[in-house]
Design a protein. Structure first.
Length: 338
């Protein structure tokens, strides 16, 4: 009998212990559910910026690798500048020619040019007189039957060419004497502006041979090697913006009503065990994740299984934590409700 009583006492003690553990666990769960909303469905997210080539060319240098930290404006790669330099030299020469033509149009002809044009006109008029006289003589001989029609036609052609030449030289002399017309000056000025624009474009292309990071962050992906040809707009690197990182958590729809912007959040990052970080709720999503799924969630078979949906929320990350947060890192979060 005493032995049976001892067994019964032990059974009662164990049962009572289980009840107490159950009550304690239930009490803890109730406390947690009234004080916190927690989930392990959370990951670090961030803005990933593409670093692209602005002009086509051959990559001469790659200065960073994946995992390197870069600063805004830091050169991460260079293109071979020789083709761009040739275009720049060509643009400089074109601008010099355009400016010379503009100066010439603005200043008008020099006395030496006018004298040369007059001498050229005198020579052209003399040639015209000679060819005209020869043509009239050949025309008379042709009518008399002394020469063939081809001889007469050759004389006529020479006369007409000399006439056109004399008229062209006369116009040239008139322009030299009167100076450039306003429209000629405007045209020359427009050519100068066009040449300046081409030079500015060449200067920009020279700057674009140095490819820089637009943000401060970490190189997440490198997609180019030295010696490769790249096109304008081609992505060469992907950089995670270290100034624009956050925690993205998915909260069950049954709990989302308890979440408010500004609530404090404690969380741990799997990549940094033993450390607890703090932040706050920044944004609450306006739709469930399944709304934007590529595969439709609507059931057309007639069978329906209700699945609790999740709504994304955005949580801040500390800027001075001393660690590097990388997109994709998993986290466990506790959102303070009170």
């Amino acid at each position: 009998m005493p032995e049976n009583n001892g067994k019964q006492k032990r059974i009662v003690f164990v049962a009572a212990l289980f009840v107490l553990v159950g009550l304690a666990g239930g009490g803890w769960w109730w406390y947690q559910s009234t004080k916190y909303v927690n989930t392990d469905d959370a990951r670090v997210s961030g803005t990933i910026v593409s670093v692209s080539a602005k002009i086509p060319g051959r990559v001469s240098e790659v200065l960073v690798k994946e995992g390197d930290q870069v600063k805004e404006g830091q050169v991460v790669a260079r293109l071979d500048p020789r083709d761009v330099q040739a275009q720049k030299d060509k643009a400089n020469a074109a601008l010099a020619v355009a400016r010379a033509r503009y100066d010439e149009a603005l200043a008008g002809s020099r006395p030496q040019e006018i004298a040369a044009a007059r001498a050229e006109l005198a020579q052209a008029d003399a040639s015209f007189d000679n060819t005209y006289k020869n043509y009239t003589r050949m025309e008379k001989l042709y009518r008399d039957g002394a020469i063939s029609s081809s001889q007469r036609d050759s004389a006529e052609t020479a006369y007409l060419v000399a006439k056109d030449t004399a008229n062209a030289v006369r116009q040239k002399l008139d322009l030299a004497v009167t100076g450039s017309r306003d429209e000629d000056i405007r045209a020359a000025a427009a050519q100068v502006k066009q040449a300046q624009a081409e030079l500015e474009a060449a200067n920009l292309d020279t700057e674009y041979t140095s490819i820089t990071s637009p943000v401060t962050g970490v190189v997440a992906q490198k997609s180019v090697n030295a010696g490769e040809m790249v096109a304008a707009g081609q992505t060469l690197f992907s950089v995670v913006d270290s100034q624009d990182l956050w925690l993205n958590a998915r909260i069950e729809e049954t709990k989302i009503g308890q979440i408010k912007v500004g609530q404090p959040v404690d969380y741990t990052i799997d990549g940094y065990p033993g450390r607890t970080f703090t932040g706050q709720v920044l944004e609450i999503g306006s739709a469930t994740n399944s709304t934007f799924a590529l595969v439709p969630t609507e059931n057309t078979s007639g069978n329906f299984t209700k699945v609790t949906q999740r709504i994304p929320i955005k949580i801040s990350l500390p800027q001075d934590s001393g660690v590097v947060f990388r997109p994709g890192m998993q986290a466990v979060i506790d959102i303070h409700l009170k």
